[in-house]
Design a protein around this ligand. Structure first.
Ligand code: ACO
Length: 323
């Protein structure tokens, strides 16, 4: 049976770090309010002129180096982003050109904070079907450009960054002990469109717009959905909570992460957390967390890794990976 095996991870965070204290010099907020409510202490912010494609490329290069694969040899490049460089073409095609790839196909996926899991599902399905053998899956965002820096209820929550994962098709017996992506599970409910959205956009509205959010509603749904879809993934693979070595949840808010862990009976020692240092980088949080946890050898071959995310739309989803 064909499966998508993780061959390498990479990350990139812009150099500039903005602490809560620095934000408090510009807007009516405090380190205490932000850290108590969200667990966020700082975020990275892209430099003037630094684009989503620049962040994506840096993360991609590191992932390819770790996988020992040349950019030219990729069959597909899937980039999850809600902050593309331009309305079109896909930002993934810019990354493709910069990687010197001509033979593959590159496209963007838009599912906001669930974007990386959607992109992983697209790539995994193409690898399973034999349409591709090597894939680069990237989550990259420059959310700082769509923040209303006068709106303290949203601007303190987000940061910029990119993470990338290289997948290679592998053959195995297809059991839940064999390496690779075991399954992906995608959901959306557009009835919640206006609970978290950007009030403009490069497409049909003609204005860039800013993030608008019903914070409490997002919070309530996130804790339910993120845990629920990990349950589905475990059931689908004949696995239990105790089998999960690492939970890698979307990093929006430490309280959402802790509550998801509690619902799944997974202690915080087995949950990867980056939100304190990176804030919410939307589609980039999960691959950034994976890059960190593989670099420091917490996540190792043979372990079971559960990914889960929820974001605008609402969209939500999960994936189980035998590393
Ligand atoms: N600093 C100081 N005070 C603030 C700030 C701030 N940055 N932001 C809001 N406040 C004030 C509000 O004005 C309000 O004041 P009032 O009582 O005088 O009216 C008070 O704090 C409470 O505001 P609430 O919005 O009710 O605060 P809440 O406890 O709900 O926390 C938060 C807000 C942190 C946004 C929370 O709802 C949350 O985490 N929601 C999830 C949202 C999220 O993470 N979204 C990310 C994208 S979606 C995703 O990734 C899953």
């Amino acid at each position: 049976m064909r499966r998508s095996v993780v061959a390498g991870c990479g990350a990139y965070l812009p150099e500039r770090v903005v602490t809560n204290d620095e934000l408090a010099t510009r807007i009516d907020t405090s380190d205490e309010w932000i850290s108590q409510r969200t667990g966020i202490r700082q975020r990275h912010i892209a430099a003037d002129g630094e684009l989503t494609s620049d962040l994506a490329l840096a993360a991609a290069r590191q992932a390819l180096a770790n996988a020992g694969i040349e950019g030219a040899d990729l069959d597909i490049i899937v980039l999850a982003t809600a902050t593309p460089d331009n309305t079109f073409p896909a930002t993934a095609t810019k990354v493709q050109a910069d990687l010197g790839n001509k033979a593959g196909a590159a496209f963007d996926v838009q599912a906001v904070c669930t974007g990386f899991i959607y992109a992983l599902a697209m790539a995994d399905n193409m690898l399973r079907l034999g349409q591709a053998s090597t894939a680069l899956v990237i989550g990259a965002e420059v959310f700082s450009r769509i923040l209303d820096w006068d709106d303290r209820s949203t601007c303190v929550l987000f940061g910029d960054g990119a993470g990338a994962v290289v997948l290679k098709a592998g053959e195995g017996a297809g059991t839940n002990r064999d390496r690779g992506v075991l399954s992906t599970h995608l959901h959306s409910d557009g009835a919640n469109y206006k609970a978290l959205y950007v009030d403009g956009g490069p497409g049909s509205t003609g204005t860039a717009g800013f993030i608008r959010m019903a914070g409490r509603e997002v919070y309530k749904q996130a804790v339910v959905r993120m845990a629920e879809c990990v349950e589905h993934a475990l059931d689908a693979n004949g696995l239990e909570h105790g089998d999960v070595d690492w939970l890698v949840p979307h990093q929006a808010n430490l309280r959402i992460i802790e509550s998801t862990g509690r619902k799944l009976d997974i202690p915080m020692e087995r949950v990867i957390v980056t939100v304190d240092r990176q804030a919410n980088t939307s589609a980039a949080t999960i691959p950034l967390a994976l890059a960190e946890a593989t670099a420091d050898k917490r996540v190792r071959e043979g372990q079971l890794v559960a990914l889960t995310a929820m974001g605008g739309g609402f969209t939500w989803g999960s994936a189980l990976i035998r590393w």
